[in-house]
Design a protein around this ligand. Structure first.
Ligand SMILES: Cc1ncc(COP(=O)(O)O)c(C=O)c1O
Length: 385
């Protein structure tokens, strides 16, 4: 990343900064993290065990779920949830094309068919009206995604799903701690799937994931499936997999969980400040700011704007030392891996338009006011020069 080159006010004082500054985060909790790692090393217990069990309890409490089951990644959490529902060939699973590939990948890996329906352009989440129209006798489940850290419209989705007897798996990978009408994301359907990928609000030092559920029998099935399909070591009841969380990850995540609310608060404050700065400069008439749906609390895993001439803007920001990302540049129904499903360009216009226009700006909690000013000033100089 080069040094800033254009002539906005703050640039010359600032070092280039990353999209997400995990080193800055580590500096604030280094002593505790290092002690947690040391504790696991002394124990030499690396797979599942007491650290993982403690994290499961703490996470169940945090998400107000009855039970939590740790696994190896958010992708595996989705896969395990679908396996527990016995989803397989001949089944359809409805989801959004405007998400990370893992959401639909889990469906396809089990031989089931992802059915993509379009998003609400205001929230980037599944449009419940389109869900109602997409249900058939083959619909085995629906996976709404709480994209960028804001819950999907769960009242409407749950009403339709309940009426048709369709289980709901919530992809809450980006939404730990987000709320919908006061209730935590992940707690509406049969289970919630979380990711501890390092860039998530609660990120590990590697891969990790978690499922939450209110149903003891479902939790038991998940525990068996994540551990080679058996309750005991050499007895195999069903075909399972190896998807366990490491004790080292659990110990690190337990430290970070204690700071999660503070970090989320930092992200929310940064989001509010962005919106205020953009409005003050009249930029809210040029770009579309994130909209928080009524009744939702947004945890801002990403702060995503819609921007005219998005690719040119991104390039100019890069030249000014401002990092940005595109989530997601190709909707899943147009990805080569899903070409066999037969979707054509134009099939899901809202998702396609969003893919052309969205831009995620840095929002990490340790971001300084100067860094944020640089982002806003650079966007202003792009549109107003
Ligand atoms: C919406 C969504 N679903 C699923 C995943 C998969 O999680 P993981 O990377 O932990 O496998 C991610 C994150 O990467 C995600 O953002």
């Amino acid at each position: 990343m080069g040094m800033p080159t254009s002539n906005t006010s703050n640039e010359s004082f600032l070092q280039p900064f990353p999209f997400l500054d995990l080193k800055a985060q580590y500096r604030t909790i280094k002593t505790e993290i290092d002690a947690a790692i040391q504790r696991v090393m002394e124990s030499q217990q690396f797979i599942l065990g007491p650290e993982v069990e403690s994290l499961e309890k703490e996470l169940a409490a945090y998400t107000q779920a009855h039970l939590a089951i740790a696994c190896a990644s958010g992708s595996d959490a989705l896969l395990l949830a679908l396996m527990a529902l016995e989803v397989g060939p001949g089944d359809d699973v409805v989801t959004t094309p405007f998400t990370f590939v893992a959401t639909a990948g889990a469906i396809a890996r089990l031989g089931a068919r992802p059915i993509f329906i379009d998003i609400d352009p205001n929230t980037y989440n599944l449009d419940p009206r389109k869900f109602a129209a997409a249900v058939t006798s083959k619909t085995k489940a629906i996976i709404p995604v709480h994209l960028f850290g804001m819950s999907a419209d769960m009242d409407s989705l749950m009403e339709i799903a309940k009426a048709r007897g369709i289980p709901v798996i919530e992809d809450a990978a980006q939404a730990i701690g987000a709320r919908y009408k006061g209730h935590p994301a992940g707690g509406f359907g049969v289970c919630g799937c979380f990711s501890f990928f390092p860039s998530k609000n609660l990120g590990g030092a590697g891969d990790g994931g978690m499922l939450t559920t209110g149903e003891a029998e479902f939790a038991d099935r998940l525990r068996v499936l994540r551990n080679h399909g058996g309750h005991s070591k050499y007895e195999c009841e069903v075909i399972g997999m190896n998807s366990r969380l490491d004790a080292l990850q659990a110990a690190i995540l337990r430290v970070k969980l204690r700071y999660l609310d503070k970090w989320t608060d930092g992200r929310q404050k940064n989001a509010a400040r962005y919106s205020e700065l953009f409005k003050r400069r009249g930029l809210d008439r040029v770009i579309t700011l994130p909209r928080v749906q009524e009744g939702c609390s947004h945890i801002y895993n990403q702060y995503v704007i819609r921007a005219p001439r998005r690719d040119e803007l991104k390039e100019q920001l890069r030249r000014s030392g401002v990092p940005s990302e595109i989530y997601y540049p190709i909707p899943l129904h147009l990805q080569r891996a899903f070409a066999y499903l037969g979707y054509k360009l134009g099939a899901l216009p809202e998702s396609e338009a969003a893919s052309r226009e969205v831009l995620a700006l840095p929002i990490f909690p340790e971001m300084t006011a100067e860094q944020q000013d640089l982002v806003v000033d650079s966007i202003r100089s792009f549109y107003h020069h």
